[in-house]
Write a protein that binds this ligand. Sequence first.
Ligand code: CP
Ligand code: NVA
Length: 309
Amino acid sequence: MLKGRHFVSITDLNAGEILALFERARALKAEWKAGGNQPVLAGKTMAMIFEKPSLRTRYTFEAGMTHLGGHGIYLGPSDIRMGVRETVPDVARNLSRWADIIMARTFAHRTIVELAENASVPVINALSDLEHPCQALADLLTVLEHKGTLAGLKFAYIGDGNNVCQSLLLINALLGLHTWVACPAGYEPRSEIVEQARQLAQESGSQVHIVRHPDEAARDADVLYTDVWASMGQEDEAAERNKMFADYQINAARLALAAPDAIVEHCLPAHRGQEITDEVIDGPQSVVLDEAENRLHAQKALVVQLMGL
Ligand code: CP
Ligand code: NVA
């Protein structure tokens, strides 16, 4: 039972809890497609804190609350100015008196930790500079739907060792997929996350490889994944990063190295022509819109389970 728990890192759930969440997500998805969800969140509200822009995360959390009979309330950067107009603990304590659940997208990961430490309702990490665990749930649910299995697959992440990469390393290690991250020197995922993933991988019998050459990762992969080379907050580094990552594109030649039935994932938004070509992202092996849709279903399952329903 996840009732009352926070979801700050993907490792706040164990493998069994993630697989149970996928089952719930598939049930909610089927119910929604059959005509609509039961209003199990009637009268409930979600506080939605955003320090950064969003399309998918805002829409899917807000629509998910509406589908389940509840209501999401958007609080943008200029509304609350967390840490400037009011301290993070004070925001958490106030929201806990009104909201049934809180989600937050922040720059510093510490801000989400501080919200969770001071909130008496569940806090969901909707992206920080360290992790993007809701994305990882939707991505692996999508892999499961397309491949019918998870443990033992080769998952190749090509590009920046960023927040998305770090949550994927951890969820794959929990669920038994072998992860190959290919990135330029200096852009690796954080060593403490790699170490944590290696420990989890020992328990699930999977492997974690951090390599330089993208072809080594792509060869025979079941899943190819990439994300933007400059994340939100790194806009000033974009020109330098474009040079550093120039050889790390997922294009048709690289896709041809993967397993013939490989799928291609991207969390979106994509910078077409940089980390991924039009041909690949719009091609038959791309599942990027399934991932985007599954944000909705995975997060609905997460919210109802954290609320003990
Ligand atoms: N993938 C994702 O989180 O998209 P947004 O930044 O648009 O929310
Ligand atoms: N790594 C990207 C993901 C966006 C959904 C970022 O943090 O900007």
